[in-house]
Design a protein around this ligand. Structure first.
Ligand code: ADP
Ligand code: MG
Length: 320
């Protein structure tokens, strides 16, 4: 199968192009129009076999996850998905693998009305790089540098089950087959919090998606906003499988695990009911887990206000 036939077979648009994409796959570039009063939000994420996923990973789930991690970045900006490109390096053409991968990817793309508009395909070690394009009204993006002292800190959904599933694969934790399977859904099938991100426009100040662990990702907000924070470790929403483990492990994986793809955001305390209404509208649970303060640094305290030692380091691809 030639490169052209492969693209034609697996990666052509499934729906007719929306009006804002006058030209999709097949030319040197795609053409896309932005609506009046909107800014484009653009992000790329690369997934490398052996680093971000096991080389024998289920291709349908991999197709889902490759797009989901990118959509999660749009969610964290309060941007609405519009289109994406796919750059793919494949060691060989395996029709079953390509069919399942593209189905997993397109299923999620269609849910979010996000159109595949181009890409690149080459032979090489398995590597998947997606770039997403979203839209946000000018000036309304939820930026990392916009937190303010006194803001509440919130997180969506639940934390740590994806890290627990990884620990199961790596034999770091013993889990029952049923528990491992359920936790593994969080690792392989993250749900990008797009609806919540959109509902938080005009309510939240700063936001980030939790991909590398809460401490590290909240740290990016603090650094960019030049502020500090206190986090309540006994208020963290542990994933339901993780919650059955001991407290130390729950805290470690919720604070420093990776792959949660939840939103961590800050909002003024006067907006608490608006935050809860936005979460309800988005059908997503949110939990208040601390507050932003002027004093630099991150303090983590338990329910008795006792400090927790900060030995947890955010997962960093260059240090491990
Ligand atoms: P060029 O030589 O100009 O880079 P290509 O032959 O690589 O063009 O690609 C031809 C067309 O197919 C382009 O429109 C490109 O965006 C699209 N394309 C290539 N690979 C993919 C892919 N994996 N998914 C979607 N579109 C792709
Ligand atoms: Mg090319």
């Amino acid at each position: 199968m030639s490169e052209f036939e492969l693209i034609q077979h697996y990666f052509t648009e499934r729906q007719s192009s929306p009006s804002y994409i006058p030209l999709g796959i097949g030319d040197d570039c795609a053409l896309m129009s932005a609506r009046v009063g909107m800014q484009l939000a653009i992000s790329s994420d690369m997934l490398v076999a052996g680093r971000h996923f096991f080389a024998d990973a289920n291709p349908r789930m991999l197709g889902h996850k490759s797009l989901a991690v990118n959509l999660s970045d749009l969610a964290a900006m309060g941007a609405e998905p519009r289109a994406f490109t796919l750059a793919l390096a494949l060691p060989e053409v395996q029709p079953d693998w390509l069919r399942d991968f593209s189905e997993g990817m397109f299923f999620l793309a269609e849910q979010h009305h996000c159109q595949l508009i181009g890409g690149d395909t080459t032979k090489g070690p398995l590597n998947i790089c997606i770039t997403v394009f979203g839209e946000v009204p000018i000036g309304q993006a939820l930026r990392r540098d916009a937190a303010q002292a006194g803001d509440d800190i919130w997180v969506s959904g639940a934390l740590g089950d994806a890290r627990l599933a990884l620990a199961g694969y790596l034999k770091q934790q013993a889990l029952s087959e049923a528990d491992h399977q359920q936790a593994a859904l969080r690792l392989h099938q993250p749900s990008p919090r797009i609806t919540l991100g959109l509902a938080l426009r005009g309510i939240a100040h700063a936001a980030i998606d939790v991909s590398d662990g809460l401490i590290g990702d909240l740290g990016h907000i603090l650094k960019r906003s030049q502020l500090g924070a206190t986090l309540w470790c006994d208020s963290l929403p542990f994933g339901p499988i993780l919650a059955q483990q001991n407290t130390a492990l729950c805290r470690e994986y919720a604070l420093a695990g990776g792959d949660d793809y939840e939103l961590c955001f800050t909002a003024p305390s006067a907006q608490r009911s608006a935050v809860l209404a936005a979460a309800k509208q988005a059908d997503t649970v949110v939990t208040r887990i601390g507050y932003i303060e002027a004093e630099a640094g991150l303090r983590i305290v338990d329910a008795n206000n006792q400090p927790l030692s900060l030995s947890h380091q955010s997962f960093d691809h260059f240090s491990s």
